[in-house]
Write a protein that binds this ligand. Sequence first.
Ligand code: GTP
Ligand code: MG
Length: 373
Amino acid sequence: MKLIITGFSNAGKTTVFNALTGLELEITAYPTSISSEVEPHPGIVKIPDTRIDNLSAVYNPKKTSYATVEYIDFLGITSAAAGGDVSQNGKVFNLIKDADAVVHVVRAFEDESIMHPLGSMNPVRDVTSFEAELILGDLELVEKRIEKIEDQEKRGKKQDEADKKLLLKCKKALEEEASLRDIEFNDEEKRLMLPYQFLSTMPEIIVLNIDENDINSEKAKGYQQKIETYFRSTGSGAVPQVVTLCGKIEMEIAQLPDDEARAFLDDLGIDEPAMNKLCHVSYDALGLLSFFTVGEDEVRAWTIKEGTAAQQAAGKIHSDIARGFIRAETVSYDDFVSSGENMVAVKEKGLARLEGKTYEVKDGDIINFKFNV
Ligand SMILES: Nc1nc2c(ncn2[C@@H]2O[C@H](COP(=O)(O)OP(=O)(O)OP(=O)(O)O)[C@@H](O)[C@H]2O)c(=O)[nH]1
Ligand SMILES: [Mg+2]
């Protein structure tokens, strides 16, 4: 599962990527352009999880493994409306289509020396302009498809009516500047839409990249509220998660040893690096949850999609466990904690459950799979 970090040039995308990954990719005060031959840069990021920290402290295993997600850093998109060269947008759009969710970094820091591609700092305008570019990208695709279908029709080749009808519905919405995620589609339409990987249907997270002086400020809250109000006013009224952070500071924190990072956070009056929140929000946006396996060898978080059945979840660990599945001995993390972090006590209290193949695994389940091959 991967998320692409995107947004306009100089919004702080690479800064946020470095903050997430602890890597040190080059940060520039000028927009990175396609001519600089940068390649999409992937980075695997551990999802911080205090439950895993705790389980590891209890079991003292040889190995502790956290869930991970992948982020990708690339060029920014360019706004045609602001007179930018949109030739690089196609490349970015292809990467967006290939990802499972979008992290949209929005510039909310003032700095005269760092060029803003839309002329001035204005987070709400950037959010709407970005949505407009995604809508344009989708419209272009839809128009091309419809043209192709009509071309085939002219040659007497029978075309899929349902597909054309769907594309016309999308075209109408996009022409009215609506994101496709705000339009209602029935299950059949949704199925037909999947292969198109429309940009404006991607799950989206907004990162509001604020100035270091604005941490915990009313000003930063104001930007966030305005963005949320904007989304509330669009079609479905669905508001994406907005994470407010200062990329520059977060990047410094990520590059410090743990104890120095803690002192630095305390100085700034920050409880937890905002990157932790961004990781959790990313995990949610992808529709993922974690179940755990515990033991002396390894304490580990396993990633599954919401709604995954126990047998399928077992297959994440090994296909043999899924094939020879007998049952899943399951304890919720909360029950484990409330029983004094002791599996014997959990069982005495009757809190250990024997679940079958079709049991829908919950976030925080500690599972011991019984199987027979
Ligand atoms: N003051 C301040 N400057 C920042 C912050 N985040 C990024 N910058 C600066 O903004 C400039 C652009 O940052 P990048 O991370 O390279 O931005 P980008 O979105 O990756 O830019 P492109 O890849 O060129 O599109 C750099 O000079 C950063 O130091 C921030 O939170 N506060
Ligand atoms: Mg960059």
